[in-house]
Design a protein around this ligand. Structure first.
Ligand code: P5A
Length: 444
């Protein structure tokens, strides 16, 4: 992509309404624009990162056998009356009346809708287990939307729902989701710690939130510092194996880690004093087991092995897809701008032309762009007629992990410069070697 043809409305000034670094950088890097309080347009650069995150979430869900689908944003109030949540949900729910006078709502979550789909189509235990998920916009009329996409009113969520015959099966689904979430967050370059939490309006008392530690986080958390040494890594896991999934759950949840809602001073005191930590965190996901709460209320039963109807055991699992952009930036930036982890970067690398209009330099940049594209990479080529300082500042702000700088002086010696955004270290090499280096980094 040529920057001169792209739409990247970078702001020079720091917007005064943004209180935290991720919000400031997302506005300055031209990733989002507020449409109204807590509601954002996703400009091309922000949209690209959002899509990358979605791709990773899809891959990890499907790796575990979870099935993608898509439910609508607008739901009928009647379903929510069946579960009893229409009145319970309160002012966070955006209620809409259609022209026929029917009560509708913009979905804050989808337990009712998916249970309705299930009961209409599944009648035998032989069709279980089943886990369906989608990635769809949600609306919660938050009292205080703030920090940009971090606490939006309209936000993108991956939400999944499991249906199982027994509690044991449903707990396996819970553990399996925990494993998929650990993998997902690590691929996004984040450490997200599962912590015992509260069920809130979703229900159930068996639930974990995933928290990214950050001073700007809205949740107060308490944990044993040993937990931060745990890494899932790229271990192979059989998602059908109850034992393997259970072992991961117990490895990652046996140390003390709780949000303030479930914090227990007496339990916390058992952690050696030098390992006790209290901090702030960003909630990037939550998993729930709530048993038959919805299936009983809505009559979602299957015929069990003995021929008798039984309500299915369910859980739901959410990832804050749009919130993740904010969380990643909070975890990965410096005073010049964003530093994208390779897994989610909007472009694999930038190309900076130091002497735009110089025939040889232009030609070298163009052939570099072609070679990178042919290697399956997507570079962003800054071909604008701007000073080098301005081009570097833009590249630093938008945070591409790698930059290739091309100028007449280097070309005379047959080299370009490859710079890491994270370390700032540069290395000179031939253009071919630069392409090979970047391709290898991305496993192309
Ligand atoms: C689980 C999936 C649920 O809604 N029902 C379906 C369950 N869980 S949750 O914890 O309430 O939300 C899941 C994740 O969504 C993100 N999130 C938000 N992101 C941005 N702005 C908001 N206002 C917002 N509210 C929730 C969080 O990451 C949360 O963990």
């Amino acid at each position: 992509m040529r920057l001169s043809r792209y739409f990247l409305p970078v702001l020079k000034e720091t917007p005064s309404e943004a209180q935290i670094v991720s919000h400031r950088y997302m506005l300055r890097a031209g990733m989002i624009k507020q449409a109204s309080a807590g509601i954002y347009s996703w400009l091309p650069l922000g949209y690209k990162v959002l899509r990358r995150i979605e791709e990773i979430v899809h891959e990890e869900q499907q790796r575990a056998g979870h099935i993608p689908m898509l439910m609508p944003t607008i739901q009928s109030a009647d379903l929510w009356r069946e579960s009893g949540r229409y009145d319970d949900y309160g002012q966070e729910m955006l209620r809409i009346t259609d022209r026929q006078g029917r009560d509708m709502l913009f979905g804050p979550t989808n337990e009712e809708l998916i249970t309705d789909i299930f009961r209409a189509n599944v009648s035998s235990y032989k069709d279980l287990p089943l886990t369906l998920y989608h990635i769809q916009w949600k609306f919660r009329d938050e009292m205080r939307p703030r920090f940009g996409v971090m606490r939006g009113r309209e936000f993108l969520m991956k939400d999944g729902y499991n249906f199982d015959l027994t509690k044991e099966d449903a707990l396996h689904a819970y553990n399996r989701h925990l494993v998929t979430y650990l993998r997902t967050y690590e691929r996004l370059g984040l450490q997200a710690i599962p912590m015992r939490a509260d069920g809130g309006p979703i229900g159930g008392d068996y639930t974990h939130e995933f928290l990214v530690l950050a001073d700007t986080g809205e949740s107060e958390v308490f944990y044993d510092s040993d937990i931060t040494d745990l890494k899932f890594g790229d271990r192979a896991i059989d998602y059908d194996s109850v034992e393997e999934c259970e072992a991961v759950l117990s490895e990652f949840t046996s140390r003390y880690a709780r949000t303030d809602e479930t914090h227990d001073e007496a339990e916390f005191a058992k952690v050696p004093a030098e390992r006790q930590r209290s901090a702030r965190g960003i909630e990037v996901g939550q998993i729930f087991y709530f048993g038959t709460k919805y299936s009983e209320a809505m009559g979602a039963t299957v015929q069990g092995p003995d021929g008798k109807p039984v309500p299915v055991h369910m859980g739901s699992h959410g990832i804050g897809v749009s919130r993740l952009l904010g969380a990643i930036i909070e975890a990965s930036h410096d005073d010049k701008g964003i530093i994208w982890p390779e897994g989610v970067t909007p472009f694999h690398c930038g190309i900076v032309n130091l002497r735009q209009g110089d025939a040889d330099t232009d030609a070298a940049c163009e052939s570099l762009e072609t070679a990178l594209t042919n290697a399956g990479l997507e570079p962003l080529y800054d071909d604008r007629n701007e000073r080098a300082g301005g081009k570097f500042a833009t590249m630093d702000l938008i945070g591409l992990p790698w930059r290739i700088t091309v100028g007449p002086r280097g070309l005379k010696n047959g080299v370009v410069e490859v710079t890491s955004r994270r370390t700032g270290e540069s290395e000179e090499m031939t253009a071919e070697a630069a392409v090979a280096r970047i391709a290898a980094i991305y496993g192309r």
